[in-house]
Every structure is written in C-alpha cells, then in structure tokens.
Write a protein that binds this ligand. Structure first.
Ligand code: HEM
Length: 266
C-alpha cells in the first residue's frame, strides 16, 4: 500500500541515493542563503536587536537566568509549538495542520533519504506513514488557508483564484506536498509508465521553487516569528514592554458599535 512504502527506496532503483542526498543538502543551502540575503536586504534582524537594546533601557527588573529560562520554555511550548498568536479558531487550526504536516513531511524525507534510500532498505513503517500523513495534513491546512482564510479572500473579497507574489510560499508548499503524494501513489502502482516520472519532475520543480524562493516568499517567517515571540515575552517579563504603555486599568467600554462586525479589515 502506498502509505507504508518508502518512495525514495523505490526511486533508488533508477536514481542513486547520493543524488537524493545532494538534493536535500542543496535545498538546505538555498534556505540558508535566501534567509541571509533577506536579512541583509530588509535589515530586519538589525532593527530587531537595536529595538531590543533600546527597550532594555526601560526594563523594570533584570531577569535571572532561571526567569529567562522559564520565559524561553513558555515561548517554545506556547507561542511556537501551538502558534498561539493566531488565537482560537480556524486560522490557528489550519496553521497547525500545515505546520505539523510540513514538519512531519520534511523530517520523514530527511530520515528516509539519508538512512533508508537504498533499493534494498528495510524502512521502519513509521517513516513512510509520517511522510504521507504529513503531506496530506499540509494539503488540507494549506488549501483551507488559501481558499478561505487568506486575507485577500476573507477580508478583501478577492476571488480565490487571484494569485499574487505573496502566495508564493503557500502555493509552493501545497504543490510540493500534492505532487509528492501523486508521485508516490503512481510509483506504488508499479505500472512502469511515464506518469510517475512526470510527477517526480513536478515534485522536484515545486521543491526548487519553495526552497529557492525564500528571498521572495514568506518562508523565513518560521524563523522570524519564534524570535519575535521570545523578545515579546522577555520584554513583558522585564517590564520594558517594548516601550509600549501597560493596558489601561479601566473597564473595557467600547460601545455597542464594536459588536457590529468581527474585526477583519486589516
Ligand atoms: C514548518 C513551520 C511552518 C510552516 C510550514 C508554516 C506555514 C505557514 C503558511 C503556509 C502560512 C500562510 C502564509 C501566507 O500568508 O501566504 C503561514 C502564516 C503564518 N504563520 Fe506559519 N508556518 C510555520 C511556522 C510558524 C511558526 C513557528 C509561527 C509562529 C510562532 C508561525 C506563525 C504564522 C502566522 C502568525 C501566520 C499568519 C497567519 C494568517 O495570516 O492567517 N508559523 N504559515
């Protein structure tokens, strides 16, 4: 059955594992280069550290190592692993599906390509299952987001088929998981036809787009967001609050108008 078959060990009958391993290393290199160029171009990390240094001046207390550690643990457990920034609801559910799906898909790819990619490999069943499950979760979460939740559609009433540069990340992510699944399915049928190779090529192109497009896409948010969440939590714990005023100590009276419509015109 497709879901229990390691597609890379099947592929090894025609493509030497060293090529697959080199491809993974190339993808990792592309991510590092894309992110570094992005950082240099936007100066976002420079701003981030300057801002953090400035905020520190208004800190009300110096955090001990123990306090800092507990802020780091809380940030990882809450802000990062559950993307709490997205609040309760569909947006967070879709993101969690896509994020964990992608993490499963990528981890299983690396393990299968580096440890079990010879054609005689005896792959523990957990890896192909995680790979296929991850790809399916990414497709569900990504499509849900792209068709219904992305701001252009949800708040601005643009049709779902209108594609702009900002869709590069989510569409390349969707394409790579969908083409990966189709390729694996066709290959598992053992028909020796042209179509599994065709989808393998599409899988390769979508990966090149996803990992080669980091500079132009939102890929790097998966590195920036955790950093920003940590800084926010540290600034809260040391009382500097990023130089923002504390919440008012008064009842929340906004009038009835605020109940008229969910805020979504951001
Ligand atoms: C493997 C890791 C991750 C993947 C695959 C992923 C995937 C995605 C995708 C596809 C989008 C939609 C992008 C778009 O606007 O077109 C997105 C948005 C977003 N991501 Fe991630 N993400 C990851 C990690 C994270 C982490 C670690 C955080 C926060 C700690 C985060 C926070 C967000 C937020 C706040 C948005 C905006 C959501 C919205 O507009 O509804 N992501 N992510």
């Amino acid at each position: 059955m497709m879901i229990t078959l390691n597609p890379f060990s099947e592929l090894a009958k025609t493509v030497a594992p060293i090529f697959m391993q080199s491809f993974v290393i190339l993808m990792i290199t592309l991510v590092i280069i894309g992110t570094l160029v992005d950082i240099i171009h936007k100066k976002n990390v420079k701003y981030f550290f300057e801002n953090a240094k400035k905020a520190k001046k208004s800190a009300k207390k110096t955090l001990s190592t123990k306090e800092k550690t507990s802020v780091v643990i809380k940030t990882v457990a809450q802000d990062i692993l559950t993307t709490s920034e997205l609040g309760a609801g569909k947006r967070r559910a879709a993101h969690l599906l896509g994020m964990y799906g992608t993490i499963f898909f990528w981890s299983a790819s690396v393990i299968m390509i580096f440890c079990f990619s010879s054609s005689s490999a005896d792959t523990p069943i957990v890896w192909p299952i995680l790979w296929h499950l991850g790809a399916i979760m990414t497709c569900v979460g990504g499509l849900w987001f792209w068709l219904f939740l992305r701001v252009d559609v949800y708040a601005e009433a643009h049709p779902w088929y209108r594609i702009i540069k900002a869709d590069l990340f989510v569409l390349a992510l969707l394409a790579s998981s969908a083409f990966g699944l189709i390729w694996s399915f066709l290959q598992s049928l053992n028909l020796n036809r042209w179509d599994d190779t065709f989808f393998l090529i599409l899988f390769i192109i979508s990966n090149l787009t996803l990992f080669g497009g980091v500079y132009w896409s939102k890929f790097a948010h998966m590195f920036y967001k955790p950093g920003a969440a940590l800084q926010k939590n540290l600034a809260e714990a040391d009382g500097s609050r990023d130089n923002l005023p504390p919440p008012a100590d008064a009842p929340e009276k906004f009038g009835l108008g605020i109940k008229r419509e969910q805020p979504k015109h951001y």
